[in-house]
Design a protein around this ligand. Structure first.
Ligand SMILES: [Zn+2]
Length: 275
């Protein structure tokens, strides 16, 4: 797996605290369940475009994004294009947390927003799950939420406009990162949504002229989140509502995001750290 990793120094993650993890799924575990995992969790930092898994890789490591870290599951098509099917931030985890692990990955796991993670070996997670039914239940509930997100993506891609989908993607990303800067070029956004670059360019220009966002080198900055939300389809809200029903308190809140933003503002560039 190491051939895919371009993570940074341990110093980048020094503020991660296992007793109060900056991953909402770990935080939702009962103390006894978290203590089964704690000795095996190691902090790690990933830069943008780090690949956690390629399709077919044997999944040996489970990743819990912390703070603003954001990962896409990208399905690779036979013509070489990759289309995003789900976004995972601090509300979740990647790496077959419900299945047995050590199985081949189906989609590429691509880091979209850099930041800290916890990693655990699949083998260690298996052992903890064998010891605790409540730990298994919580992760099964998360899998249900992730599946809901994929269901919603299928319906969204089939029916909603590119503008609605761009607005939805940016809203979902901002929910998790708490940062109004989205380090994704129009090229990357087009490829991720599986649409032509010219469509994205038109949508972005339109949003720009309405004051919703501005373009910057290597990405966009959202200026009016309310208007962005109005332009979006209801798909992200539907997924959030399902999280609230199934795993209350795990979907990132605006309050948490404000804290992240303040911390990011206070920290030096490159050390975007959650509390
Ligand atoms: Zn939609």
């Amino acid at each position: 797996m190491d051939r895919h990793m371009n993570g940074g120094e341990a110093g980048d993650v020094r503020e991660l605290r296992v007793e109060r993890p900056a991953n909402n799924l770990l935080r939702a575990l009962r103390a006894e369940d978290l203590s089964l995992l704690t000795p095996h969790l190691s902090p790690w930092f990933a830069d943008t475009e780090t690949v956690l898994y390629e399709p077919g890789d044997t999944v040996q490591t489970v990743y819990f994004p912390c703070g603003p870290s954001l990962v896409s599951y990208v399905v690779m098509l036979e013509d070489g294009r990759g289309v995003e099917t789900a976004l995972v931030g601090r509300e979740g985890a990647l790496g077959g947390i419900v299945s047995q692990g050590r199985l081949p990955a189906y989609a590429r796991g691509l880091v979209q927003f850099p930041g800290p993670f916890y990693r655990i070996e699949s083998r260690a997670l298996e052992e903890a799950k064998a010891q605790s039914a409540t730990l298994r239940y919580l992760f099964a509930r998360y899998a249900d939420c992730l599946l809901a997100q994929v269901f919603q993506s299928v319906a969204c891609n089939a029916t909603h406009t590119i503008e609605q989908r761009v607005a939805k993607w940016l809203t979902a990303a901002l929910d998790r990162t708490g940062d109004h800067d989205v380090p994704l070029t129009q090229e990357q956004l087009a490829s991720m949504l599986g649409v032509g670059r010219s469509y994205i360019s038109r949508v972005v220009q339109n949003m720009k002229s309405r004051g919703v966002l501005e373009t910057r080198r290597g990405g966009v900055r959202v200026r009016d989140r309310d208007q962005l939300h109005q332009l979006s389809c209801g798909c992200n809200d539907a997924v959030r509502a399902h999280f609230d029903d199934v795993l209350k308190g795990v979907y990132p809140t605006e309050e948490e995001s404000t804290v992240l933003k303040l911390n990011a503002g206070a920290a030096s560039p490159g050390s975007r750290m959650p509390g």
